[in-house]
Design a protein around this ligand. Structure first.
Ligand SMILES: NC(=O)c1ccc[n+]([C@@H]2O[C@H](COP(=O)([O-])OP(=O)(O)OC[C@H]3O[C@@H](n4cnc5c(N)ncnc54)[C@H](OP(=O)(O)O)[C@@H]3O)[C@@H](O)[C@H]2O)c1
Length: 255
């Protein structure tokens, strides 16, 4: 199947490792020019150098998505570098260390508000594309009532993100823009949350393996494949979808 992505231009937030990096590399493999950001300059630059050395068109700068002024400036710079925008992938989450109300506020900023801010920046550019698409990386934590105590705020904000994205799909469909979400289950990747759990809490790790019908965690590439498909013209009649990539972990009928 030809995804129809060659020559398209994409911004992906948080592309320096994990799922975001797999998304960037999958887009590049399909002939897409990509701009990405992360806070850590070193890892980001090393990736960008490697991608460009291999023939890609990749840009990126160290910027915090929750620093609105800096992020907004970077976003417009990235659109200029790319010469326009066809695809926006909103992928960032951050491990929050604060507690109580501060934790709610920090999680709101990183797991909801910055996605909305970035979307509003992307929309005017996507309207000028003949294949405008947004994909959010959400989480199955959005539908779970038995999240880890540390994930209460995260699950709540991801649920709000699914609601926001689905409503946005309705709002911008007439502009030819599709909006979809991907909700991963536990995903194992180098330097990621579940690698840390594997080392520090092997019982929890085993539990995460067992919730999948395949008795394993997912991979970043499996998430990226779904994100890139939904972002592509091959998914031209799909909008307002929330695709679970969780190995069947959520035991409800997904009507
Ligand atoms: N891994 C899982 O099991 C899993 C499960 C369900 C859903 N998800 C979702 O999948 C997405 C990606 O998860 P992941 O596991 O790949 O995360 P990750 O390993 O923590 O990577 C996050 C990426 O975003 C960047 N980043 C973090 N905070 C940032 C900020 N404030 N501003 C700019 N960049 C920032 C990171 O680089 P810096 O740290 O250098 O900034 C990194 O490139 C998230 O939306 C997450 O909620 C993940």
């Amino acid at each position: 199947m030809d995804l129809g992505l060659a020559g398209k231009r994409a911004i992906v937030t948080g592309g320096s490792r994990g799922i975001g990096k797999a998304i960037v590399e999958t887009l590049i493999g399909e002939g897409v020019a990509v701009a990405t950001c992360a806070r850590g300059a070193e890892a980001l630059q090393a990736n960008i150098d490697q991608w460009n050395a291999a023939g890609a068109t990749a840009y990126g700068d160290a910027v915090d998505v929750t620093d609105e002024a800096a992020f907004n400036a970077w976003f417009e710079k990235a659109v200029d570098q790319l010469g326009g925008l066809d695809i926006f992938i909103s992928n960032v989450t951050t491990r929050i260390r604060s507690k109580g109300v501060e934790r709610w506020r920090d999680t709101f900023n990183v797991d909801l508000l910055q996605h909305i801010n970035a979307s509003e920046l992307a929309l005017p550019h996507l309207k000028n594309s003949d294949a405008g698409a947004i994909v959010y990386v959400a989480s199955i934590a959005s539908v779970m009532t038995a999240n880890m105590p540390t994930e209460t705020e995260y699950g709540t904000m991801k649920a709000a993100l699914v609601s926001y994205g689905t409503q946005l799909a309705n709002r911008v469909g007439r502009d030819g823009i599709r909006v979809n979400l991907v909700s991963p289950g536990p995903i194992y990747h180098e330097g990621g949350f579940w690698e840390m759990v594997e080392q520090k809490n092997p019982d929890l790790f085993k539990m995460a393996e067992k919730v999948s019908v395949f008795r394993r965690l997912g991979t970043a590439q499996e998430v990226a494949n779904s994100v890139v498909f939904l972002a592509s013209p091959a998914a031209s009649n799909i909008t307002a979808a929330n695709l679970r990539v969780d190995g069947g972990a959520i035991k409800t009928v997904n009507f």
